[in-house]
Design a protein around this ligand. Structure first.
Ligand code: 9MR
Length: 448
């Protein structure tokens, strides 16, 4: 998989998150008093983990290891447990680099996601040229040997990675493994279960974030079928590699929830979001909130630590800059994790969006997050600079404002509400049915 191929295949959505961030957004840099101060500790408050991909050759880098040890409680080997790394010659296994990562994690009290037992990419040379029953048997032997070797040390295995096609077919990707027969995926899961009965067994893929995409639907039907026939599958991994051509979809929460409703855990397994500043921070926040709103979303893993560690470093897609400093995106994720489950938590206002009046005239509207439920959230706006304000609140489809208070509201369209004072002061509120879209409304303020 290359970035180019993925970008071409993806349908570019006009993301409401992007629209919402067009307004100047200010993300508060510090967590609320008493809140957890690391990603792992913050995630643990709701029983979740926060992980990262780790490269064995960086375990001597003290900045890298310092952040790893401090912030994360789940580890994925970025490349070291793939087929080419663990079985470079047929039936000769090589676990040295995988072990370095697994041992470091376990010595630090962290858990490990295994990645990946069967994949059309990063196959050793000897396997690439195989076909038919010889390849099927080699794949099953690989799964059995690797999962047996690591038995008891792996929280979840990506048993099969990226087996579905991009584009509109909703079907399987062509590969040497697929050509061994359509049942290769379930055979892989059965072999993995036999080898390590206590590891959670995941199907992992990219471009499966948007509920309306054919690929998402194809994977969903496979998981539904596996559950109905008793094929051992416990979880679905959503890689979540986002950029401007493939933004966080507005229905992300819907996707996670619908898969979870099939009776599997869902995990965000390789998160990175190209961009910078408050726009990137807000998208990270949206992804985090989407996971928190799904009780079976058990954790989030980012695909590297510093931007410079990323497979696409030029897109600066991670939570720490090249020097290891926390980015705005880090603070937004930490805030979101500290804000709780996204279920019935009490109001928390650790983040604000501030939009100045573009025409001048001294009027500022500040947005604060309010209480969140599975289907709706509250927002509050405080206006300063004038008592004679007109604030425009724009939500993004499928969001709808269903209630307001302390304001006189009129609607310009289904998405755009105009709020004026009603004698209750300069703070007003509203409730948004979000339809899976957790992005903040955008605000503008003018003197009336
Ligand atoms: O980050 C990994 C990079 O170092 C490798 O060169 C690449 C080889 O395919 O794999 C990258 O990780 C991929 C992961 O294993 C599966 N999903 C997509 C990831 C980014 O390409």
């Amino acid at each position: 998989m290359t970035l180019t191929a993925k970008s071409v295949a993806r349908v570019a959505l006009v993301s409401s998150l992007v629209a919402a961030t067009a307004a100047a957004a200010v993300i508060a840099a510090s967590p609320a008093m008493g809140a957890a101060s690391t990603l792992a500790a913050a995630a643990q408050q709701s029983g979740r983990y926060f992980g990262t991909a780790v490269a064995a050759n960086k375990l001597g880098d003290s900045t890298y290891v310092g952040i790893l040890n401090r912030e994360f409680d789940m580890v994925t080997a970025e490349n070291e447990m793939k087929m080419d790394a663990t079985e470079p010659n047929q039936n000769q296994f090589s676990f040295g680099n995988g072990d370095r990562i697994v041992n470091h994690a376990r010595n630090q009290g962290k858990r490990v996601r295994g990645h990946a037992l069967a994949w059309h990419q990063q196959q050793p040379g000897w396997m690439q040229n195989m076909s038919g029953s010889a390849l099927r048997n080699a794949m099953l032997n690989h799964i059995t040997q690797v999962a047996t070797y690591y038995r008891g040390k792996i929280y979840a295995w990506d048993v099969v990675n990226e087996a579905y096609a991009d584009g509109s077919s909703g079907g399987r990707r062509d590969s040497n493994l697929q050509r061994t027969g359509n049942d290769w995926i379930e055979a892989a899961f059965r072999a993995a279960r036999a080898a390590d009965p206590n590891a959670k067994l995941c199907y992992n893929d990219y471009n499966t974030d948007n509920w309306s995409h054919a690929k998402t639907q194809g994977v969903y039907r496979m998981v539904q079928d596996f559950k109905s026939r008793g094929v051992p599958i416990d979880c679905v991994g959503f890689q979540a590699h986002f950029n401007s051509g493939n933004p966080v979809p507005s229905n992300y929460h819907t996707t996670l929830q619908n898969f979870a409703s099939l009776g599997v855990d869902v995990q965000i397994t390789e998160l990175d979001i190209e961009g910078s500043g408050s726009s990137q921070a807000q998208q990270y926040q949206g992804v985090t909130q989407a996971c928190l709103a799904v009780s079976r979303c058990t954790g989030i893993t980012v695909w590297g630590i510093r931007d410079s560690d990323s497979w696409r470093a030029s897109g600066t897609p991670l939570l720490f800059d090249n020097s290891g400093n926390k980015k705005a995106a880090y603070n937004s994720v930490l805030s979101a994790l500290n804000s709780g489950t996204g279920g019935t938590d009490p109001t928390t206002t650790t983040t604000t969006t501030t939009t100045s009046n573009p025409g001048g005239g001294g009027c500022t509207a500040t947005y604060s997050e309010g209480q969140k439920w599975n289907d709706r959230f509250n927002g509050q706006v405080t206006v300063s600079g004038t008592d004679n304000w007109v604030v425009t609140v724009t939500v993004s489809s499928p969001q709808r404002i269903i209630a307001t208070w302390n304001t006189s509201a009129t609607w310009e369209s289904a998405d755009v509400m105009t709020a004026r004072p009603n004698g209750s002061g300069n703070t007003f509120g509203f409730t948004v049915m979000h339809g899976g879209n957790w992005s903040w409304p955008s605000l503008s303020c003018r003197v009336g």
